[in-house]
Ligand binder design. Structure first.
Ligand code: TRP
Length: 373
């Protein structure tokens, strides 16, 4: 089973009519990207969103088009939002969290630059919210070791891990992530495809907890969270593979225009001067076209058509200009905010305080239904 995703009625995000209705019907499989969600909801006040990122380095354009864009749109509609900087999750696949404070602050910087308003969005590091972490213990009792072993995202991360031995945290962090989501009773979770197995864990934990520990009146403690997939296709990096910081093929949100130009200049292409959109046979060229298309809000075929026989040089120039133009306002905001590290730390402190109050209330409820003293 995969988590229910919110199906869009229309193929483009611009078709604003698509709505999210809760509860959604159970979906049997992961929908094709075209069938994935828009980030527009019916009744914004009835939803609560939680998402997050690991503070391992700067966010890149794959994060932006994959989930950040969706978050900001939901936020702009007035949906209540929690954003977790998942600092304990950094040490799942490495021994030490390198430059943790710096990465944490920079993540906040990326969020604010992208348009999250810290007065309305609660941004916090999960290590700063003890009651959230305490939920991990009862939650771990609800899943089997066999289930933990089967998680495909965890398996993939183990395959790419920098460690010689796999830690207990690597197997159990999806349950910790369930605590990230359930502590605030979020019902919508904007994530990329790779996170769908984790959403399924959160749903399983919520369902089993509710069955095992109902309130005295029979009501359930936790809502079942739904994944909200981006309608943007997965963004490819400059080598034609998945865009990822660790593969060195990513363009950071906060990169300068020169850095962006340099990265794109180094991108892999092919020798065919005629530019066409063919993801199967020409993945590198298709990836670049897709990036320009997302920034221009056009179809990749139209971008290809315009470049015509211009070859890789014109393609790269087009992509560079599109990216730099699209991200210019965000990058200007980022530069202005970057000067005030105190502000970033205050955002995290306020966020931890607000998230802490919510987590305490949920933990009190959990303790009550479990019969704790
Ligand atoms: N695992 C997510 C990632 O690597 C980050 C994350 C942690 C998260 N907790 C979360 C995402 C809760 C969504 C909800 O990107």
């Amino acid at each position: 089973m995969t988590p229910e995703t919110v199906a869009a009625a229309a193929p483009t995000a611009a078709a604003a009519a698509a709505t999210v209705s809760a509860p959604a019907p159970a979906a049997a499989s992961v929908p094709a990207p075209e069938a994935a969600a828009t980030a527009l909801v019916d009744d914004p006040a009835s939803h609560r969103v939680l998402t997050g990122d690991r503070p391992t380095g700067p966010l890149h354009l794959g994060h932006y088009f994959g989930t950040l864009h969706n978050r900001v749109r939901l936020h702009d509609q007035g949906v209540e939002m929690f954003v977790v900087v998942a600092d304990y999750q950094v040490i799942t696949d490495r021994d030490l969290a390198d430059r943790l404070a710096e990465h944490t602050e920079n993540l906040v910087l990326d969020y604010l630059a992208a348009g999250l308003d810290p007065e309305r969005a609660t941004i916090f590091a999960h290590s700063a919210v003890p009651a959230l972490n305490q939920l991990l213990l009862p939650f771990l009792s609800l899943v089997s070791v066999a289930e933990l072993n089967r998680n495909p995202t965890v398996k993939d991360e183990i395959a790419h891990s920098r460690q010689s031995a796999v830690s207990g945290l690597m197997f159990t962090y999806p349950v910790h992530q369930a605590a990230d989501i359930l502590f605030c009773k979020a019902d919508l979770v904007p994530v990329g495809q790779d996170q769908l197995p984790h959403l399924e864990v959160a749903r399983t934990v919520a369902r089993r907890f509710n069955d095992r520990y109902p309130h005295a009146d029979g009501s359930a403690v936790f809502p079942l969270p739904q994944a909200l997939l981006s309608d943007a296709p997965m963004l490819l990096g400059t080598d034609g593979g998945k865009m990822s910081k660790s593969r060195g093929n990513a363009i950071a949100l906060g990169a300068s225009e020169d850095e962006t130009a340099r990265t794109i200049r180094g991108a892999r292409t092919d020798a065919d001067r005629r530019i066409g959109y063919d993801p199967v046979n020409r993945p590198e060229v298709a990836g670049l076209l897709q990036l320009a298309a997302l920034c221009q809000d056009r179809a990749p075929e139209a971008v290809a058509e315009e470049i015509g026989d211009g070859g890789a040089a014109v393609l790269k120039r087009t992509v560079t200009e599109s990216v730099n133009e699209y991200f210019r306002p965000l990058r200007a905001r980022r530069a202005a905010l970057a000067a005030d590290r105190g502000h970033l730390r205050r955002v995290l402190r306020d966020g931890a305080e607000r998230a802490g109050a919510v987590a305490e209330a949920t933990l009190a409820e959990v303790r009550e239904v479990m019969g704790s003293i």
